[in-house]
Design a protein around this ligand. Structure first.
Ligand code: CU
Length: 324
């Protein structure tokens, strides 16, 4: 019954966005689906709140001048931290209802995020399914990743893209400079999204999983309660925050780092006063083309693994998840 309700709610965005939605992305099928929500409900529900945070952020930045957006986002931040993240919604939020303008202007980016978030969720589900041996689970995660990549229009590359895309373009870094508190919250989301995998990899005893997941989620809560000092001060990256997961599934880990970088790039484009509103959609398209191209603007694997140290230590990224 609960699952049926959930599916009905997940269909809702499709109905709301029926006019624009030409492309459907469907999760990889299998009985592992929704294991994470069923077994680690508290942590899983947080992601519904995270989706709301991303959606409201983009809508504000796109539809308001930066100063007005900053005022609105300060209120949104208080609502998120004081309310939504304390009692996260049971069901996925129909994002198009929260970000109608953004969804029209940046449809391809929206589906790119949706598709990567489905990959995130399905990999949590694979980890949470107690019926799978570690070998079967790892093979499943690779199959889910292959399936994700088949959707070539929306898939992000399996090689880590250069940080220059995020940090060194004319519009770069404006969001984190102008709206640091909200940016810290977003980076904390990204820490948890990638760090949660590590909870399943601290040992082979599956009966410890629930406690490990709670522990990683509690560390995330402490970050938010200790804001702004508790937030990551540089973007959390997979090899530093989730080294076991990154070793086991380097393709998925690179996809997620690229996803998180793309989140920041789009925040900056939307916040940048030098890109007129009428030009934001085209700039986002251009950045998607750059981000999806697996042949240019790359970071070597060795460099990727050293990012934590190069940025001043993994502590600045929120620390290694699952560790002491
Ligand atoms: Cu994200």
């Amino acid at each position: 019954m609960i699952r049926r309700l959930l599916l009905a709610l997940l269909v809702l965005p499709t109905v709301l966005g029926a006019q624009q939605r030409r492309d459907e992305v469907r999760p990889y099928p299998g009985s592992f689906n929704w294991q994470f929500l069923g077994r680690h409900n508290e942590a899983a529900r947080l992601f519904n709140a995270f989706d709301y945070g991303h959606a409201i952020l983009y809508e504000r930045l796109l539809t308001m001048p930066l100063e007005g957006a900053k005022t609105a986002l300060a209120r949104d931040y208080d609502f998120l931290v004081g309310d939504l993240l304390v009692k996260p919604p049971r069901f996925a939020i129909p994002e198009e209802a929260i970000e109608p303008t953004y969804a029209k202007v940046a449809w391809r980016a929206k589906v790119t995020f949706d598709w990567a978030h489905i990959l995130h969720r399905q990999i949590y589900d694979a980890y949470a399914d107690p019926r799978l041996t570690p070998a079967a689970r790892d093979a499943l995660i690779e199959r889910i990743t292959d399936y994700y990549l088949e959707e070539t229009r929306y898939a992000l590359p399996t090689v880590p893209k250069s940080m220059a895309l995020m940090d060194e373009q004319p519009f770069s870094q404006i969001f984190r400079r102008e709206v640091p508190q909200f940016n810290g919250l977003i980076w904390s989301y990204h820490w948890l999204q990638i760090g949660l995998y590590e909870a399943f990899l601290t040992d082979d005893d599956r009966s410890n999983d629930a406690a490990a997941v709670r522990q990683v989620a509690a560390r995330w809560r402490a970050m938010v309660q200790g804001a702004p000092a508790g937030y990551p001060s540089v973007m959390p990256m997979a090899p530093a925050v989730a080294p076991r997961f990154t070793k086991a599934h380097p393709r998925a880990a690179a996809i997620f780092d690229n996803l998180h970088m793309l989140h920041d790039i789009i925040s900056d484009i939307l916040a940048s006063p030098t890109i007129p509103r009428a030009g934001k959609g085209a700039e986002i398209q251009r950045q998607l083309d750059l981000m999806q191209d697996p042949t240019r603007d790359l970071m070597g694997a060795e460099h990727w693994w050293m990012m934590g140290d190069m940025m001043g230590g993994v502590g600045k990224m929120g620390g290694v998840a699952g560790g002491p």
